[in-house]
Write a new protein. Structure first.
Length: 405
């Protein structure tokens, strides 16, 4: 059966050159502990240093500002808790947005339970945070602002550079989750005014379970999650995952090399997908911003349809898609992102996310479009809801979205 992988926001296949590097550090160089002073340790140490440089280069940072972690979730928690607890004497107010990944949102919620005051900013119908709202939310107690660069569920790219300008010179720490944006759009910590930045390996064709946190030199931040050894210059205790780190470094290097050409290619496929889906099917709307979105990201809500049922049918045709966040699957609750955008509960259940990547071709898009026709028709004809619900109610102005065609 033909297999089409349209779930690159959930995870990406490991690039063969990355796999080669990881394998090398699990075989020939496998036993060196980078903290050991002998020959074996020093090979591992050198590999860590080189990877640190590659990751730093990908985001315009200095290598000593990179801390290796176990992935995006750890980096988000480390950034948010570290910044909040380090600055508690200066203030107790934290700002975030309603559409953050749960790794950040739940980290901020945990702070609220510890007595921090939290502002969760709303988003517009495209899932975009308003820069004025950020400015208005700042008080003299604000110590941390955490906003993602690009949304994993709807692909919208946030106005990070503008927020960076608002935050600048106010003594507030600015954390950005760049898990979905790195390798797809330019991420430069100086241009964007970022103090802390989260990176994850498995979204950029690297291994799972490896990531990094960028901490700008001079930022009032200290590690608060782990207590242990002196690894990562006392910033992240625990023996380093050398093969994973080597893989992350290689993945970051390749992502920078390939970004421009690959994204041009994916943009064409994405636009065909969005154009055809909104043209061929009725009662479907694009979710997220029509243009300020990731070049590989197409996401929709189909009315009168359960996203999960569509996914299973697509899977039977060999097509791997998602209803939104992989982390939220298995939950009956519709996505917090879609609800925050004003999409009603019933419609949010019909969400489908198609995220393109390295292996995808135009034939994949055509194959999907052909497969999707009968699936939509079947589920719509079975839906008892199709004649009962006024689906326009509660929807925020859809603006110039190609909706309800
Ligand atoms: C925006 C965002 N942040 C954080 C994470 C968590 O990263 P990890 O899977 O490496 O823990 C993800 C993963 O889906 C994500 O999309």
């Amino acid at each position: 059966m033909r297999r089409v992988y349209f779930d690159h926001s959930a995870t990406t296949p490991v690039h063969p050159l990355v796999a080669e590097e990881v394998y090398r550090f699990m075989t020939e160089h496998n036993y060196g502990n980078p903290s050991s002073l002998h020959y074996f340790g020093q090979i591992a140490r050198k590999a860590l240093d080189e990877s640190r440089e590659k990751v730093a280069k990908a985001i315009g940072a200095k290598s000593e500002e990179i801390i290796f972690t176990s992935g995006g979730t750890e980096s988000d928690n480390m950034a948010i808790h570290g910044a909040a607890l380090t600055n508690i004497k200066r203030g107790n107010h934290v700002i975030t947005s309603a559409v953050e990944h749960h790794a950040a949102l739940n980290a901020v919620k945990a702070l609220a339970k510890q007595g921090f005051s939290v502002t969760v900013l709303p988003v517009d119908q495209y899932g975009m945070v308003n820069v004025d709202d950020v400015e208005k939310a700042i008080t003299d107690k604000t110590i941390l602002i955490s906003i993602m660069h690009a949304n994993n569920e709807v692909g919208t790219i946030m106005p990070i550079a503008e927020i960076g300008k608002v935050v600048k010179d106010r003594g507030i720490i600015f954390h950005v989750d760049a898990v979905q944006s790195l390798g797809k759009i330019p991420v430069n910590v100086d241009d964007l005014g970022i103090d802390l930045l989260t990176v994850s390996g498995h979204k950029i064709y690297g291994p799972k379970g490896i990531g990094a946190l960028y901490v700008r030199k001079g930022t009032r931040w200290r590690p608060t999650l782990f207590h242990g050894g002196a690894q990562e210059r006392l910033r992240r205790a625990g023996t380093e995952n050398v093969p994973g780190i080597v893989g992350l470094g290689k993945a970051a290097e390749l992502a920078m090399e390939n970004m421009e050409a690959e994204n041009k290619r994916l943009l064409t496929l994405r636009d065909k997908l969005i154009g055809e889906v909104t043209k061929r099917f009725s009662h479907v709307r694009l979710t997220g911003h029509p243009t300020i979105r990731l070049p590989n990201h197409a996401s929709f809500v189909f009315e009168y349809i359960e996203g999960e049922s569509v996914l299973l049918s697509l899977d039977m045709k060999g097509i791997a898609a998602s209803t939104g966040s992989a982390c939220a699957s298995g939950s009956l609750e519709p996505s917090h992102v879609l609800l925050s955008m004003g999409i009603p509960h019933e419609i949010a259940h019909g969400s489908i996310r198609l995220t393109l990547g390295a292996g995808n071709t135009e034939e994949d898009v055509d194959y999907f479009l052909e497969a999707m026709g009968p699936i939509v028709e079947r589920f719509r004809s079975m839906s008892p809801l199709s004649e009962e619900i006024d689906y326009n109610k509660n929807i925020k102005d859809p603006g110039n979205l190609q909706s309800y065609c």
